[in-house]
Design a protein around this ligand. Structure first.
Ligand SMILES: *Cc1c(COP(=O)(O)O)cnc(C)c1O
Length: 229
């Protein structure tokens, strides 16, 4: 018999170490599906699109406020204001300009925003993410460190999309190295707490390589009807 969303979430929660957070990747899922996973104990919901997140957030009522919201898709400039009203963390900061744009709007809303730097590691299919070079990554970390309304709190990477999860291992290792390097700089206003990497097909490998945050959709909800990236 097919297991339910609640069973899937609880099983994975028990399977992985306690200090690893699960971001439930909720794109394309219905209100009912998201309610089921929150009631099963989910604490973080990840959304790729601001409009979809806003809509679900409103539909969920009190449940929306009981969980944290992470932006895991590309954030367009004209959506930043709205995004700041929904999201607790923006995992996809990948340029100096994007950091500046978010900071400016955060200042206007008088809010402090936790952000992760997204590293584009081994994913030829997407342009999202800073190129995986030491200088580029450090430059962005130092830049964010100087922005008053942003707090750098971790790194995120997609890694290669499909295929054998073992093939992702070197990319996860490399991202972990960037993570440790930024941490060692001990920059003001930076707390490198979270390393967000690993998805449904690769989360075990990601955890072995040091991820303490994994983003899971398919293993919890089942296959998506249409494959959005
Ligand atoms: C969809 C998505 C995930 C989850 O992917 P699954 O393979 O369904 O687990 C993780 N991270 C991001 C950025 C995504 O867009």
């Amino acid at each position: 018999m097919k297991s339910t969303i609640a069973e899937n979430y609880k099983r994975i929660r028990e399977e992985i170490p306690e200090d690893v957070s699960i971001v439930v990747a909720a794109k394309t899922r219905t209100k009912e599906e998201i309610i089921e996973v929150i009631d099963a104990g989910a604490e973080i919901i990840g959304e790729n699109y601001v409009q979809e997140a806003e809509k679900i957030y409103q539909l969920l009522g009190d449940r929306a406020k009981a969980v944290k919201w992470h932006m895991i898709g590309e954030l367009q400039k004209n959506k930043i204001n709205k995004a700041l009203r929904v999201f607790d963390v923006i995992e996809t900061v990948d340029s100096l300009k994007k950091a500046d744009d978010i900071n400016k709007r955060a200042e206007r809303q008088e809010r402090f925003v936790r952000v992760f730097i997204e590293i584009n590691i081994g994913s030829e299919f997407t342009k999202a993410g800073v190129r995986p070079e030491y200088e580029a990554v450090i430059e962005l970390a130092e830049h964010i460190s100087n922005l008053k309304y942003l707090k750098l709190n971790g790194l995120m990477t997609m890694g290669p999309r499909a295929g054998n999860p073992e093939e992702s291992r070197p990319y996860f290792k490399k991202t972990k190295e960037f993570f440790e390097k930024i941490r060692a700089l001990d920059l003001p206003n930076v707390e490198m707490d979270y390393l967000s990497m690993g998805m449904s097909n690769s989360y075990q490998v990601a955890i072995e390589e040091g991820a303490n945050m994994v983003r899971l959709g398919t293993v919890i909800f089942g296959e998506r009807a249409c494959s959005l990236t």
